[in-house]
Design a protein around this ligand. Structure first.
Ligand SMILES: [Zn+2]
Length: 107
């Protein structure tokens, strides 16, 4: 499972508009979004490591922006950038297949 390419680009552009164009630690402009989500469990750990989370546990998917120079990591809640019911995560498609689908049916 990874971020949908267009969603990740939108988040990265939005963060730049908000002023995140350089690393807050080292000042480098080598910030890069990771293509896979970071997962945070809120409210406790699931009883087993499986795909069935504990009922009182929420799973938040975070966009991870990393500095390529010093390794500083910034995390942003993906729900802050989601509009409507758009699919922001994708599974089972290569990036090339995803791009072909977008070209046939633009979002
Ligand atoms: Zn840095």
């Amino acid at each position: 499972m990874r971020w949908r390419r267009t969603f990740l680009l939108e988040v990265f552009e939005r963060l730049k508009q908000l002023g995140l164009s350089t690393c807050p630690v080292c000042g480098s402009d080598k910030l890069w979004p990771h293509r896979f989500p970071s997962v945070v469990l809120v409210g406790g750990f699931p009883p087993k490591i499986s795909n069935v989370p504990h009922l009182e546990t929420n799973i938040e998917y975070l966009v991870h922006i990393g500095c390529q120079v010093c390794g500083y990591a910034l995390m942003f809640n993906s729900e802050q950038f989601r509009t409507g019911d758009e699919d922001i995560l994708i599974s089972g498609l290569t990036e090339e297949q995803e791009l072909e689908l977008e070209q046939k049916k633009p979002l």
